[in-house]
Write a protein that binds this ligand. Sequence first.
Ligand code: CUA
Length: 148
Amino acid sequence: MDRFEKRAMALALSLVLMFFGLVVYAAKGLQADLPTCLPYKREIQRGNFTEVGPKRYQVDAVAFMWSFDMGQGNTVTVPRGAVVDFYVTSRDVMHGYHIDKTLANLMAIPGAVTYARVKFDKAGEYQILCHEYCGLGHQNMVGRIIVE
Ligand code: CUA
């Protein structure tokens, strides 16, 4: 091995060690969670809509061919200013769970629960769209959030 190869190897190894050290520092020193799509050790058997406080709600959403069960069918109604925690899973295949006009863009995965918190500041109707091709009825798979 010539000296340039040795330098390149030493540089690569030191970068790997530095990145590993930074990941450990972020996890331990900064209490930063490592990114994952499976952060919740929850099981959801059926859809559920719960008021958990003043203008605070929790939606357990179960996707299936070809609709969403959110405890009140595929539509939930909340007041303007509501903060809603969405926990999403699937009972058959992979679906998508994109809430129109928000940044919530989740996967609905059998055996796993994904999560997003959304604050609804504007009144109106928000469509929930399945954005993952899931079969013949995919294009009809929509839900609604009505903000009054
Ligand atoms: Cu469900 Cu596409």
